[in-house]
Design a protein around this ligand. Structure first.
Ligand code: UDP
Length: 343
């Protein structure tokens, strides 16, 4: 594998490239020989000591910074990860989401187009579908998001379609299901202030012998708890590489689901973590979290057929063991331990 970019390597701007999915993708792009520029505001206070990318600290919609980046570099494509990501928070504070995830993304697109950059890869989400009318969800499923987070993603997808028509902006929108796991050995993983995601919280509960809360067990699912489709972050990163190759070869744009097609319930994930850590986790059940559909499982055959995307790392054991590997790293990180200890 080529791990050195050359003078002629295409340069990719990655917003949110110091975040969870962005950093895994940025690293893979570097490994594939691209020159990577990361623009990230580091609002998660994450440490990011990697020399394989040029890192610019700043807001992804800061026009001064963007102008400088686009003037000084021949940007081939933009991968846009930077966004707020909590469904529950988006229900409580919609303006925060519309402002950041919609308005500021429009600013980014405006500057891109001004500089004639015409390839865009967007981090979308299965949240755009809302309550499934059938399963697994394919890309043609009606789009009825039930929370502002999903609505923001849909607004940007619609905007991208319009910009494709008006400005010939080529894009791929990747609709992630539940990203999880980490890349072994690269100090990359899921690290959020005020963590809300199932797998890191469960691992912490298990390691610290604390109670884990299941949000609702009265759903119409196999065991009453929500069912999700967990896909390894390295597989998601690989889809971005393939999406860029697709844009390089084709004069069209498209939308793809990224999931495995396997649904695991929250209770099944609890049992799997207990097995891996050979421990029993204390559980309490609370009311449902607002904005949570009962089941989200992907039909990703389109990504398979058109992008040739095949998840390689997404079996549940690998997802959980790699997530645990990173949890063990952040436990030792002095910058971060205070946050984790609060749990
Ligand atoms: N969940 C839970 N307890 C937690 C965190 C999450 O029961 O402490 C459930 C949540 O209600 C959802 C599933 O786990 O059904 C996955 O939630 P997560 O926040 O990880 O991802 P999302 O599906 O919101 O993208």
């Amino acid at each position: 594998m080529n791990t050195q970019f050359s003078f002629n390597s295409p340069t990719i701007l990655i917003t949110g490239g110091a975040g969870y999915i962005g950093s895994h993708t940025a690293f893979l792009m570097y490994k594939k020989g691209y020159k990577v520029i990361i623009l990230d505001n580091f609002w998660q206070n994450q440490s990011f000591n990697h020399n394989w990318a040029q890192v610019i600290k700043g807001d992804f919609a800061d026009k001064k910074i963007l102008e400088k980046i686009f003037k000084e570099n021949q940007i081939d494509a933009v991968m846009h990860f930077a966004a707020f990501i909590e469904v529950g928070e988006s229900v409580k504070n919609p303006l925060k989401y519309y402002q950041n995830n919609v308005v500021k993304t429009l600013d980014l697109l405006e500057v891109m187009l001004k500089h004639d950059v015409k390839k865009f890869i967007f981090s979308s989400s299965c949240a755009i579908y809302g309550i499934p009318q059938y399963l697994p969800l394919d890309e043609n499923h009606p789009k009825n998001p039930i929370n502002p987070y999903g609505k923001c993603k849909l607004i940007i997808e619609e905007t991208l379609k319009d910009l494709y028509n008006s400005h010939n902006l080529k894009f791929v929108s990747l609709r992630y299901f539940n990203a999880a796991g980490s890349l072994f050995g690269e100090n990359l993983g899921e690290r959020h202030l005020n963590e809300t995601h199932l797998i890191p919280l469960l691992l912490r509960a298990a390691k610290k012998n604390k109670t884990f809360t299941i949000f609702g067990d009265g759903y119409k699912t196999k065991d009453g708890s929500c069912v999700r489709d967990f896909v390894h972050v390295s597989d998601i990163a690989q889809a971005h590489v393939l999406a860029l190759e697709y844009l390089n070869k084709n004069e069209c744009s498209d939308f793809f689901n990224l999931g495995t097609g396997n649904g695991f319930s929250v209770k099944e994930i609890v049992a799997a973590v207990e097995k891996i850590l050979t421990t029993k986790i204390k559980i309490k059940v609370e009311k449902r979290r607002e904005g949570d559909p009962a089941i989200l499982v992907a039909d990703s055959s389109k990504a398979n057929e058109i992008l040739n995307w095949k998840p390689k790392y997404s079996d549940l054991e690998n997802i959980l063991k790699s997530a645990l590997h990173f949890e063990n790293i952040i436990y030792k990180d002095k910058n971060y331990s205070e946050e984790v200890q609060k749990f």
